[in-house]
Design a protein around this ligand. Sequence first.
Ligand code: URA
Length: 241
Amino acid sequence: MKKLSLDRILQSQGFGTRKGCRGLIEDGDVAVGGETVTRWQTEFVPEGLAFTVFDEPWIYRKQVYLVLNKPPNYECSRKPSHHPGVHTLLPEQFTWRDVQPVGRLDHDTTGLLLLSDDGDFIHAQSHPKRHQPKVYRATLGQPADDGLVRQLLDGVKLIDEPAPIAALAATLIDPLTIEIELDQGKYHQVKRMLAAAGNHCAALARVRIGGLALADLDLAEGEWRYLDAAQLAALNADPAP
Ligand code: URA
């Protein structure tokens, strides 16, 4: 495997400009395998390299795949206008690496948000033709019965949409809580569907993407994690019944 100089490795991992990374190394702030390295020209095989910067451990990752349990009042936009951006919940190295959300959640929606700096992954996951199933748990403004479930499954007419849109699945958990499965991601889709069905979405959380369920992640609101191979595979797998 090709070796790279330590300054390039650090830069690729989001530790700033080449000049800044050389400065970190020359100042003795970087160690590899427990040994401080002060020559930025020192070369290493990057794949899987374990290093520390200011004693914080890192592992080289060519690309990063993250899941965040998004809290309310954070915006997914790169240039947020009214609330902080979700990127402020992540280490700043990820902003340097241009880690971006896969699709968007509204500022008041909570739950599963994928992020990555792999453009192909972002494109594949968010492309409408992929029809990635996603499950949302909505708190309703008014108590509902099976009539709401039927309307959502039959399809509701949204303004600006030519044909009625139906949920893949809808389950009333209790009169004020419904889970809705969709394989599209139209603007404010859940909120608009509930409004079109005569109810109101008082709160919304995304609880599953493909086979990746928030309940299985043990991730508190505001926490993030690297996706492991099994979790990445679950995104492409059929959701558990
Ligand atoms: N549907 C909505 O209305 N909002 C979201 O954030 C996601 C889906």
